[in-house]
Every structure is written in C-alpha cells, then in structure tokens.
Design a protein around this ligand. Structure first.
Ligand SMILES: C[S@@+](CC[C@H](N)C(=O)[O-])C[C@H]1O[C@@H](n2cnc3c(N)ncnc32)[C@H](O)[C@@H]1O
Length: 222
C-alpha cells in the first residue's frame, strides 16, 4: 500500500454560510480513497466525529450505509437534513457511544477534534469543560475503546490527524493519538497525505497548524 498520497483538496459539497466559519471538513478525495480500499457496496461505514458529514455523504454516494455521531447540534442538523439515511446520524457524544443504536460496522474513518498541549479547555466536551492534554488523550482512548464494541472483527479503522505547531509550541498530536489508539487496535502503519493545489501556498501549513502534511493512521480490529 502507498505510504504517501497527494490529493487536490476538493470539497464539492456546499455548506451553509453560517457553518463555513470553523470549516474543518476532511478532504473528500482522502475519504473516497479509503472507502474504496477497505469496503464494498452495502458495507456499514462509521464516523464517530461526523462533523459536517463528509464521511457519511461519501459513503452514501458510494452505496455504503453511513453511521455517525456529532456533538454540535448545528452540524448534526445539517447532516441529518441532507443525508438519505437521516436516522443514522446521532446527536451526541462519542465518549458515550454505547448509548446509540449503531449496528456492527465494516469500516471507520474519523478525524477527531484537535487539541494542542497548552490548551486548558476540553474540545471533546464542545469546549464547555476544563481539561488538559493528558485528559484529552485518555478520552480519545475511551472513544476508540467504545468504537471497538461497534467494529466487526478484522475491520479497518482510519484516523486522520496532524501534528501541530502553534505559536512555537509543538504538539505531536498525530503520534500521541496513534500511541493511545494502538492500545486498542493493532496499528498497521500510516499514509502521509499532502495537497497539491496549483497556485496555492500554505505559509502556515495546510491546516494552519504549521504542517503541510497530515497522517491517516491505519488500525485493524484484531
Ligand atoms: C475535525 S471535525 C470532523 C470533520 C469531519 N471529518 C468532516 O469532514 O466534516 C471534528 C468533529 O468532532 C466533533 N466532536 C468533538 N467532540 C465530540 C464528541 N465527544 N463526540 C462526537 N463528536 C465530537 C466536533 O464538533 C467536530 O465537528
């Protein structure tokens, strides 16, 4: 399998003006690439950090059955309104995944909300509670432990994440998530993703976090 891929970072799906602020959607090409690689038509695909629904919409387009959980109500409402399988998106907290009626899934793609190590508010609570980076990593572990209950044996779990550089502070987020989730699933390697957009430069990295590349971490449910 390739360990380095280049995409042109396209987001075909229009989203309402009010949701554009803080648009942290995943690249559609990246998701298509992994769904094609690891699933077949009719398979159940889950994203436990559903966001604006990119994984779910693409899974549906590719005749897979999408499932997702999203904490933010506005985002959830947008996905629910536009997804054909509208009952398959749950408004809620992936730290409590067992509360939702989700069948066993064949594949998971997710991009967790990021945190840098100097922050003191927990992004996994929708920024409503205090919390430090160690707690964040523990809770990321809890989320993926919950996910294990939902995944079929031998299924593949892809996590998209980047390391971060903010104001001179380096957070090895992707590597730390990898190490946490490796306690739960077998780590099978990473694919480095970069974007090639003619005429576009990323002076502060493609995510605005100081890096031009990110990782898709591949795990297997063994
Ligand atoms: C990086 S975004 C995911 C973007 C998504 N891949 C897309 O293309 O739209 C992370 C999402 O996780 C959601 N989130 C954060 N904490 C959560 C939690 N505890 N449970 C479920 N969703 C959560 C955030 O509201 C955000 O929409």
């Amino acid at each position: 399998m390739e360990t380095f891929v280049i995409f042109n970072k396209y987001k075909r799906r229009p989203i309402p003006e009010e949701l554009l602020k803080g648009d942290n959607r995943s690249d559609e090409g990246v998701i298509e690439f992994f769904i094609k690689k690891y699933t077949k038509e009719g398979d159940n695909v889950i994203d436990i950090f559903a966001g604006l629904g990119t994984t779910l919409f693409i899974a549906e387009e590719m005749n897979r059955i999408p499932y997702g959980v999203e904490l933010e109500e506005e985002r959830f409402t947008f996905v629910k309104k536009n997804l054909k399988h509208s009952n398959n998106i749950f408004l809620g907290d992936s730290r409590k995944l067992s509360e939702y009626d989700i069948p066993h899934c064949d594949f998971s793609f997710s991009s967790p909300i990021f945190m840098n190590k100097t922050e003191t508010v927990n992004p996994l609570s929708g920024f409503t509670t205090d919390g430090d980076y160690d707690q964040y990593l523990r809770e990321i572990g809890l989320v993926y432990k919950n996910l294990k209950e939902v995944m079929k044996p031998n299924s593949v779990i892809v996590i998209e994440a980047s390391n971060l550089k903010n104001s001179g502070v380096l957070t090895t987020l992707a590597w730390d998530i990898c190490s946490e989730v490796s306690k739960i699933f077998r780590f099978e390697g990473e694919v480095i993703v970069v974007w090639d957009i003619p005429g576009m430069e990323f002076p502060n990295g493609a995510f605005g976090y100081g890096y031009d590349h990110h990782y898709c971490l591949i795990f297997r449910n063994m």
